[in-house]
Design a protein around this ligand. Structure first.
Ligand code: EPU
Length: 341
């Protein structure tokens, strides 16, 4: 089944809770439905204006969208291959990612548990390469199934061609961004016991508890709930900014004044470190800073929230203020992780 609506409200289609209109909004729940939408008179010839969304958990509408918003509801979590040590699972792009994690944990499959409680759908997770607590989605991927919007044929993109990097993939850049709509993701999960508990306070949160898949998932859910706002109550899109990578030299300069500045290693780059943008924002004096209805979240400054009926420009302007203030204070340019439409 497909639906196509013109002048459609985007309220309920983005986790920031922004009430704007899209010129055209289309929904489909099969690949065939997506083909039908792409050949519809309202959409054909305007493919460059298409933005395919998941749960809308990583977008900010900066105003009414004079283009086409598509949303896929293709479902299904199916084991398509199994060995003694791993399972291969095909997941419809429209499955809520956290439901997939719950399913994996329930079946005793390892690898997805650290990515618990991240809002969003599975197709978008493959585009965004979501990550948390030392795990990245791209590392689970075997291949991604897409529909080519030009040929209307399905294609399979191997993990090695997905160009996964920190919150980055092939699908975020042209020409793939316009050419492909993700319809399903095939992931590999381990049947052998293997945990990844090295990041931050994950181990501490499990103190005294048996290390099981369910307990690790619960610990991650609890850590996130303490730090990150629930978008169903306070609109937000998770981390608004990426953690910047800076030179070791610049880092040492900042450390001389701020001995407690946290940092992470950057794989393959000995002379560089990644620093938490949340720390930079907090230490620029912006914790809880408010601009119109938008606010820097008190418990995790990396997150901008819709505190009180924020307009799109409240949030965009707050983002600009944050970027400018951090630049003035630390001479570091941070950039949004959220897609601004
Ligand atoms: N920190 C502060 N002040 C803040 C926020 C953080 O001092 O306001 C410090 C913390 O004390 C800690 C360090 O910065 O020492 C890192 O904080 P945290 O562990 O919360 O992680 P993060 O680097 O701020 C990243 C991801 C999150 C992910 C966490 C855990 C990005 C852009 N964000 O945040 O992802 O949950 O690590 O792995 O990489 C998301 O993408 O939406 C998201 C929430």
């Amino acid at each position: 089944m497909i639906t196509i609506t013109t002048n459609a409200s985007m309220l309920g289609k983005n986790t920031f809770g922004i009430d704007v209109k899209a010129a055209v909004f289309g929904e489909y729940n099969t690949v065939e439905g997506l083909r039908m939408i792409l050949t519809n008179e309202l959409i054909k010839g305007r493919k460059h204006q298409i933005w395919n969304i998941g749960q809308g958990s990583n977008i900010l509408f900066s105003g009414n969208y004079d283009g086409i918003i598509l949303h896929g509801k293709i479902k299904g979590i199916d084991i398509i291959d199994e060995t003694d040590t791993e399972v291969t699972v095909r997941v419809g792009a429209g499955e809520i990612w956290d439901d997939v994690v719950a399913w994996a944990v329930g079946h005793g499959f390892y690898g997805a548990e650290n990515l618990s409680a991240i809002p969003g759908e599975t197709g978008a997770a493959a585009v965004q390469n979501i990550g948390a607590y030392g795990a990245e989605f791209g590392n689970l991927v075997k291949h991604v199934e897409v529909l080519n919007t030009e040929t209307l044929e399905t294609e399979t993109i191997a993990q090695s061609d997905c160009q996964y990097g920190y919150r980055d993939s092939l699908f975020k850049h042209q020409p793939a961004k316009q050419l492909y709509v993700v319809t399903a993701v095939v992931i590999r999960l381990s049947k052998a016991v293997s945990f990844n508990l090295e990041y931050g306070n994950v181990k501490a949160a499990l103190d005294g508890k048996e290390i099981t898949l369910a307990n690790v998932r619960d610990a991650i859910v609890d850590i996130r709930a303490c730090k990150l706002p629930d978008w169903t109550k306070t609109g937000n899109a998770g981390s608004f900014f990426k953690n910047p990578v800076i030179s070791k030299e610049q880092f040492e300069g900042i450390k001389a004044n701020y001995p407690n500045i946290p940092s992470y290693k950057v794989a393959g780059e000995d002379n560089k470190v990644k620093v938490p943008a949340g720390w930079l924002i907090e230490n620029s004096g912006l914790k809880g800073f408010r601009h119109g209805g938008a606010q820097v979240y008190e418990k995790q400054c990396l997150v901008l929230v819709n505190a009180d009926n924020a307009s799109p420009s409240d949030i965009v302007e707050l983002s600009d203020i944050v970027i400018r203030t951090v630049k003035e204070k630390f001479d570091i340019e941070i950039s949004p992780e959220v897609n601004i439409l």
